[in-house]
Design a binder for this molecule. Sequence first.
Ligand code: ATP
Ligand code: MG
Length: 434
Amino acid sequence: MVESIQAIRGMNDVLPEDSALWRYLENKLRQTLHGFGYDEIRTPILEKTELFKRNIGEVTDIVEKEMYVFNDRNGDSLALRPEGTASAVRLGLEHGLLGQGVQKWWYLGPMYRHERPQKGRYRQFYQLGVEAFGVSSVDIDLEMILLSKMIWDSLGLLKMPQLQINTLGTSAERAEHKTALIEYLTQYQAELDEDSQRRLQTNPLRILDSKVESTQRLIANAPKLSDYLQADSKAHFSQVCGGLEALGITYTVNTSLVRGLDYYTHTVFEWVSDQLGAQGTVCAGGRYDALVEQMGGAAVPAIGFALGLERLLLLLEQQGMKIEAKTDLYLVSSEGLPRLKALQLAQSLRLQFKALRISVHCGEAGFKNQFKKADKSGAKLALILGEEECANKTITLKYLRDANKSQEVLSWSELQAFLTKLYENKEMLSGILS
Ligand code: ATP
Ligand code: MG
């Protein structure tokens, strides 16, 4: 026997029974983004490895441990994209868009990170990314947060994620703080956990994010970034806080929120759910005012966020949301001429009633079997075409959910008017409602 090949660990299939919920989520996201005046961009899944190495930061977890990198047949080093911001900036620079005033973009697609697979953490996962370029004032920080909140509202989430915000200041302020931090932590080097020791010289800010208790105790007295922030940075952050209050958005300031990528400046934020265990962050983002220049463009301020679709789906599933794609009409027919007529009839109905989902039974099966399939499809109505109907140019209508309603026979010419009435009343046709 041939051994069948399985999917790669941490990379998931979406099964027919689950795809309707994915579509629901994706459609809601698209509607919200469209409604905020953001335009979609699409970038390749493969990019030059250099793009991520240089711009996410050499010593970040993503670049050090998680990226899928390989040489293609020409020997070029390529990477499966681990996130979308670097690609969005590359696109903007390559097509000269970042010099043309404010740009507001979104993208949705798979990202790849070689992490330990667990609930809410996969090696291929889907992100919605949102980026805005060319605005340095806090209005855009507020719009980004409003936009993410609108997403929770539009989905009907029963248990809202909580907003946490922080400021990382400018890169100059961070550099000063970093020097002080290294000096402080070096005194306790031997007491730090292994990961933190490694990060001490490379990325000490991430030590502040450590989950190790002994390290956390040391961090409590470490120099704080807030003591190194200048007036401008402080003013920006307090305007963000004031704006959120004015907009009625509840938040907490979490000074240990640092984010795992190097390019962030000023405002950073996360939406965290208490329903997902350790993988509670459903959405994360912030400003990255220095990245465009660092990537070879002009000094264009920018801000963005990314949201993990699988974690959002887990939230929706946990609150019992289930969406089934229901069929409206199921055509049951005998093989041969009646089946051909069924295909033809279904075709003309699809042209006339564009929103309907119409299934024609294909393959050998007796009527009894076909009715079982019709029932399973969710349809309330079956259209039957046997030899007799075909000869008389009629169709038999069978109500699948209502035992009190008896079958009706209609001529082909009456069928359209009959369905138009049902269509207008939205009764019997469940598919167009879902
Ligand atoms: P985490 O701290 O959970 O590893 P992160 O800081 O690496 O997240 P970002 O790079 O900011 O995450 O990505 C934004 C969002 O994408 C996360 O908040 C999460 O919802 C989702 N995400 C990130 N990594 C994964 C993954 N491996 N599997 C599923 N979703 C993910
Ligand atoms: Mg991560």
